[in-house]
Ligand binder design. Structure first.
Ligand code: IMP
Ligand code: MG
Length: 370
């Protein structure tokens, strides 16, 4: 389950079991090197309090424990300016010292630790850290014991905080690369008013409307690599493979990375496509929030489309049996998706009869509840 701390969303990343195993390995390796000598473990507060507590319980031989307290982080960024809040409170001359850090990021804090120990004349000084971000590390100091290497993304839990919160969590959570999004798959039979409503929704919720048809036309017209690839299939009279469409949608999603979400229109059409779209959103740390289908009785649809046909000039809007066929085809095609999203409790049918504002209000009620 995702969590929210202050303004940010985080997803589960490292379980307590994995943390436990990492600490177990660290205790084993450190003891193997130190042997029978009594080491002094120095925890770096605040973040390391959980680690130190669990670590010393796993250390198989007698040891001493003390703490220093440093502070460097502001929000989700490391700063150069390290504050020494509590220094060493005991003489460590001639002792075997192991620093216990919760996490090493840029290594700035480590620089300060070496300054603290410069004149202490300890017998040996070793660095042990539970988490290490190799891509963020900017120093040359050797790290003697590493619990786990992790990507350069902000984490919370197990002693680590985001502006004070999250330290008490027993497992590690990672910041989500996209924050909370509302992603809708919008459906409606011909004449249901899908286009009109999509326009209102995208304004009201700051969503980006991705109509697959438009995306195809755009890519082909602008001769993008994906457009040319899609065209090569179409020219042979073949269906464009789902992956090509997904790649195009991916490009649209990436172009609009700071949107509050997306309205997908014209995609997915099959279970396989719905799976692929789900994976795409998952790769952005997001998900499809809902499939919303506008529901309108066939007779009303036929009337609306015939009315539109008087001005639209589209031949297929002027013939009742063609309109009825298009409606039937719509239900045949969307039935599977209705099932697919219903199974995830993500299907919402919305009454599409009434004036435009009433329908927008009904759609908003669904979205506000997601
Ligand atoms: P460094 O000085 O950049 O190596 O950062 C070390 C300190 O920054 C740690 O002791 C933490 O307090 C904090 N820190 C670094 N990365 C994270 C993180 O991902 N989440 C929470 N705190 C972090
Ligand atoms: Mg720390």
């Amino acid at each position: 389950m995702d969590i929210k701390l202050h303004d940010k969303y985080f997803k589960p990343f490292i379980s307590s079991k994995e943390i436990d195993a990492a600490i177990e390995r660290m205790a084993y390796n450190i003891h193997k090197d130190i042997g029978d000598e009594i080491p002094v473990f120095v925890g770096v507060l605040n973040g390391s309090f959980m680690l130190v507590s669990d670590f010393v319980k796993k250390y198989p031989k007698p040891c001493e424990v003390t703490f220093i307290k440093l502070a460097s982080y502001e929000g989700v960024k490391s700063t150069e300016d390290i504050q020494r809040l509590i220094g060493l409170t005991q003489d460590l001359k001639g002792r075997t010292v192991v620093i216990l850090e919760d996490i090493i990021d840029t290594g700035n804090t480590l620089g300060e630790i070496y300054r603290i120990f410069k004149n202490e004349e300890v017998k040996s000084l070793k660095i042990a850290t539970l988490f290490y971000k190799p891509d963020a590390y900017k120093k040359d100091y050797k790290l003697h014991y590493i619990g786990m290497e992790i990507p350069n993304k902000f984490i919370v839990g197990y002693g680590l905080d985001y502006d004070g919160l999250g330290r008490n969590l027993p497992e590690i959570y990672q910041i989500k690369q996209t924050q909370h999004m509302t992603n809708l798959v919008l459906f409606g039979p011909p004449g249901a008013g899908k286009g009109t409503q999509a326009n209102f929704l995208k304004e009201k919720y700051n969503l980006v409307h991705i109509s697959t048809g438009d995306v195809f036309r755009f890519n082909i017209k602008n001769e993008t690599a994906l457009g040319m690839l899609a065209k090569s299939f179409m020219d042979k009279g073949e269906l464009v493979p789902d992956q090509v469409t997904i790649d195009m949608l991916n490009a649209e999603v990436e172009k609009n990375a700071d949107a509050n979400g997306f309205i997908f229109d014209g995609f997915p059409r099959t279970n396989a496509q719905a799976d692929a779209l789900g994976k795409l959103m998952e790769s952005k740390d997001s998900a499809i929030s809902a499939m919303i289908a506008l529901e309108v009785a066939d007779d009303i649809l036929v009337k609306r489309v015939l009315e539109r046909g008087k001005t639209s000039g589209r031949a297929d809007d002027a013939n009742e049996s063609i309109i009825r066929n298009r409606i039937t085809e719509y239900y045949n095609k969307t039935a599977i998706l209705k099932e697919y999203y219903s199974a995830q409790n993500k299907y919402f049918g919305v009454d599409g009869v009434g004036n435009i504002k009433e329908i927008t209000t009904r759609l908003s009620a669904v979205i506000d509840n997601l």
